[in-house]
Design a protein around this ligand. Sequence first.
Ligand code: SF4
Length: 429
Amino acid sequence: MSKPELLAPAGDLVRMKYAFAYGADAVYAGQPAFSLRARENGFKNLDDLAQGIAYAHEHGKKFYLTSNVIPRNVKVESFKRALNEALELKPDALIVADPGFVGWLLKDHPETEVHLSVQANTTNYLAASFWKNLGVRRIILSRELRLSEILEIKKNVPDLELEVFVHGAVCMAMSGRCMLSNWVTHRDANQGACDNSCRMPYRLYANSGPQVEDYREHEGSFSLQRTDRPELDPIALDEDMWGTYFMSSRDLCALDVIPELVAGGLDSFKIEGRTRSVYYLSQVVRAYRMAIDAVVEGKPVPEESRRAISFVDGRGFMPGFLRGPLPQNYEATHVDAEGGCVAAQIKDFDETTGACLVNVKNPFSMDDSLELMTPDGMLPCEVEELMDFRGAAADKLNPGTEGRVFLSKNDFKNGKNAKFGFFVKKAKS
Ligand code: SF4
């Protein structure tokens, strides 16, 4: 069984280094003006890109430059100039969505490996074959495909590299397509059956029954009902303290599908989330690294992979479309990590004293059950002493501050691998 690539997002150089430390084979990153991550993007200039590409190559990893903006006429020449400059840095591939730019790259830069972005919406083997014959090396498949469809594409175009999303946030529009009609009426706008759900009138009902004229006079949860199609199931509008999330999808988690994706010969497993925290990225990369390694050795997805995912926040998880028809999952709200949360990120450690200098992310005290997470795994640890940012002994450290965590000597033997380490606070049962 060949080992697929684990591809992680790199929102900046720091995230890239953590992704590699925790087991990613490759990262994707792009310039703010030409990738679909204009804000909160740490690769602001060519120097950032040069550093990222050099670091990746020094560590035997790959760096894919995401250039998947859909440019209007006015952007064409500046986009070409930007790509000409970026290509000098020798990224391992360019991720492109616009067919004009795919053609331009293949003609003017034939040495460049082109990956077709998910934004190009490839959903069948004929389209995949078309792109392959044009010279595209890899296709990032649309997120609304089922596992059986993905495997069929691979079978029909075996020499084309296929990349699939395995983890992360999913928007209502999936791969840039409207899913509203699909969700409300099970009629797929992308197959010509749009029900115009966005244009129809809706009424607000209290879940206890009556139609609501003024929601401020009601307590409890509400639902929306199409006035022209009363036979349709109402759309729940559950509220938490922030409001309702009726167009928010649960997050994709394909851990349980990894064995079939590996057996089917898929080439690259992609994690979403260039703006996610360093801690989130580290846990998720760790989860999929362990899963891929185990499955390739003929073992099941390890429990530790699931435990890693239980340590990150999300919106609740689902296997997306991989396991079948449209999941009814658009009422997802924020879900705290079940297993626990990050307590602190290790900035530095002193081998002689056993002291870890930390950035505190969530409050923790001497009474909390902590584990030390490093690229080698998660280890129980015993804290001997905490010290606050003033250097005073403390029972508790608070978020937004620096502090010191002193581990027992025994634990510290493990702590020597803590360069990319975190303290994780286990949830109290
Ligand atoms: S008409 Fe409305 S529901 Fe249909 S595809 Fe367009 S935005 Fe989506």
